[in-house]
Design a protein around this ligand. Structure first.
Ligand SMILES: Cc1cc2nc3c(=O)[nH]c(=O)nc-3n(C[C@H](O)[C@H](O)[C@H](O)COP(=O)(O)OP(=O)(O)OC[C@H]3O[C@@H](n4cnc5c(N)ncnc54)[C@H](O)[C@@H]3O)c2cc1C
Length: 529
């Protein structure tokens, strides 16, 4: 075997997976057919959940320093400012990153690439996957190199992070149903001044469509996204200057353009692979799902795919879990992709529909509804949780088990465990729970009880236990998220709740680890089972 995992594609998804495997000391080879990192900005919005993962990777500070924090979105209709969606306030209690970070995909890839090099790994550029052959216990890949020669690489597993035209998907015979929207998008990175609220997202709605302006790094730099006017749709030679009149028409004559560093037009597809796994090959990121850019979810969803698969692959390759654990990757991530496709599709159709009714809805009704809705705190919080991806859960998924006894409002199995500030020692100070969680292990949070003795002895190096002392600060913080005074939460390495309940019984934990997680040696707590 040449490598444990062959990662095909060094876009954001592949780089995230390579990092997750490298930090766990696994042998993974990452290849890309391009000659070097992408220079186009492409995706621009980094969501809070991604930043939480970046924190564990050690690149969150660098990302925040490099990017621009978007704390609000402004909705304009026919030249009038209709509503402001305060992104920051709504997420303040929920995440250390209560905003959308405006940071180009190229910068994200650079940060992840640098981190990968710090971990002693690097991308093999000019290396294209051209054939795959699956055997019972390995996959043989044929890679075409820069000089045109081909070499074979034998890997335990293959991760297809190779984008919308994925070779891994095609060579694995996985279909990719869906369609292209009839509308053609344009995207421009430009220097301009105008009515836009500085440093915030500005959405201009009008009868025929919308224009979205994202603030970029530097003074007066904006990313503009919109749909091409119908008369330009069939052309592939449209220049930025040609869309300026429609921009001015809708966003005001005050718009003054200085320069444009990137302009591109593209058609958008909405598709999801029917499976995310074919025996030893996986699909992640755009290889598994593509959708409209509504909500800046694309790149972030690929990063979450990689974070979900990374720890599972590591456990299986290290021989600590049965390969059946890997079935849960599709079980958890496919429904997320399908749900995302449905919601972005609905939002997108409303945003681009040419019908007169949709035009009226956009400019007269939607903007007003948004203005009223966004004055409600719970709607702001719901919107933040959804867009920031911190609300993504695997409830009902194959690895989620709630033992009962917890109130309805408390975190349940499958949820991302909430961000809390807690005391971990009676005489200690208040600490950030997310900083304490070790995402290379399972974390067991024990409330109002001690660990069963045998479990304490036998948790091994796979589990990190956090036994919370009785303390008024802890009571208050836990009450805010409806966690009762007697409870336990077993978190998976990715921070989602695997098993939870009230009274911690070692036998039940052991059963969960063995039956659901398929741990080969469900640590020593089995002695109690
Ligand atoms: C113009 C444009 C604007 C966009 N704007 C946004 C946005 O605002 N917000 C958002 O969230 N998303 C946006 N997206 C989508 C976002 O860019 C993607 O969701 C994201 O790039 C997916 O990352 P990925 O790593 O899965 O795939 P990719 O970034 O496509 O990376 C795939 C990699 O695989 C490599 N590869 C392909 N085939 C092979 C092979 N056979 N062998 C070896 N290597 C191979 C490619 O060279 C590439 O480097 C935009 C996309 C485009 C095109």
């Amino acid at each position: 075997m040449d490598t444990d995992v062959l990662i095909v594609g060094a876009g954001p998804t592949g780089l995230m997976l390579a990092n997750q495997l490298a930090r766990r000391g696994l042998r993974a080879e990452i290849v890309d057919r391009h000659s070097g990192p992408a220079t186009q900005t492409r995706a621009l919005g980094v969501q809070a959940r991604t930043l939480e993962i970046y924190e564990k990777l050690g690149i969150a500070k660098r990302a925040v320093k490099l990017g621009k924090t978007g704390t609000g979105a402004n909705i304009w209709a026919q030249g009038r400012h209709m509503a402001r969606v305060p992104l920051g306030e709504a997420g303040k209690a929920a995440t250390p990153y209560p905003y959308i970070l405006i940071l180009g995909q190229d910068d994200n890839e650079r940060l992840m690439g640098e981190r990968l090099r710090e971990l002693g790994r690097s991308v093999q550029w000019n290396t294209e996957l051209v054939a795959l052959e699956q055997q019972r216990d390995k996959v043989t890949a044929t890679l075409k190199q820069a000089d045109g020669t081909r070499r074979k690489a034998v890997a335990g597993w293959v991760a297809g992070c190779d984008g919308a035209r994925s070779a891994v998907r095609e060579l694995s015979g996985i279909t990719f149903p869906g369609a292209a929207y009839e509308h053609v998008f344009f995207v421009a990175d430009a220097e301009l001044t105008g009515t836009m609220v500085p440093d915030e997202v500005n959405l201009y709605l009008f009868r025929e469509g919308f224009h979205l302006l994202f603030p970029m790094r530097g003074k007066n730099h904006w990313r503009i996204v919109g749909i091409l006017p119908p008369e330009m749709r069939g052309r592939d030679d449209v220049a930025f200057e040609e869309v300026i009149p429609t921009l001015r028409h809708e966003a005001g004559d005050e718009l003054s353009f200085k320069s444009c560093s990137w302009f591109s037009t593209y058609r958008i597809h909405h598709r999801a692979a029917v499976h995310f796994r074919e025996r030893r090959c996986f699909l992640l990121g755009d290889a598994a799902h593509v959708h409209s850019p509504v909500g800046a979810q694309g790149m972030n969803t690929g990063l979450q795919d990689a974070y979900n698969l990374g720890w599972k692959l590591a456990l299986v390759i290290q021989g600590r879990a049965d390969a059946a654990l890997l079935d849960s990757y599709e079980g958890e991530r496919l429904p997320i992709a399908q749900r995302l496709l449905r919601t972005t599709d609905r939002g997108f159709r409303l945003a681009v529909s040419d019908s007169r009714f949709a035009g009226l809805l956009r400019t007269k009704i939607l903007a007003r509804i948004a203005a009223i809705a966004m004055s409600q705190q719970w709607i702001q919080e719901f919107a933040f949780r959804t867009i920031s991806q911190i609300g993504i859960h695997y409830r009902g998924g194959p690895l989620s088990q709630s033992l009962g006894g917890l109130p309805d409002g408390a975190p349940q199995a499958g949820d991302r465990f909430p961000w809390l500030k807690l005391k971990f020692k009676t005489d200690g100070s208040v600490e950030d729970l997310f900083e304490k969680l070790d995402d290379t292990r399972f974390n067991l949070i024990v409330i109002g009880q001690t660990l069963p003795t045998a479990a304490r002895l036998g948790l091994g190096d796979l589990l990190h236990a956090h036994i919370l002392p009785n303390d008024p600060i802890n009571d208050q913080e836990l009450a805010l998220v409806k966690i009762p005074r007697l409870a336990f939460y077993l978190l998976r390495p990715d921070g989602h709740v695997g098993l939870c309940g009230t009274r911690l019984e070692a036998a039940k934990v052991a059963r969960y680890l063995g039956e659901r997680l398929r741990l080969a040696k469900p640590v020593d707590v089995t002695k109690l089972a």
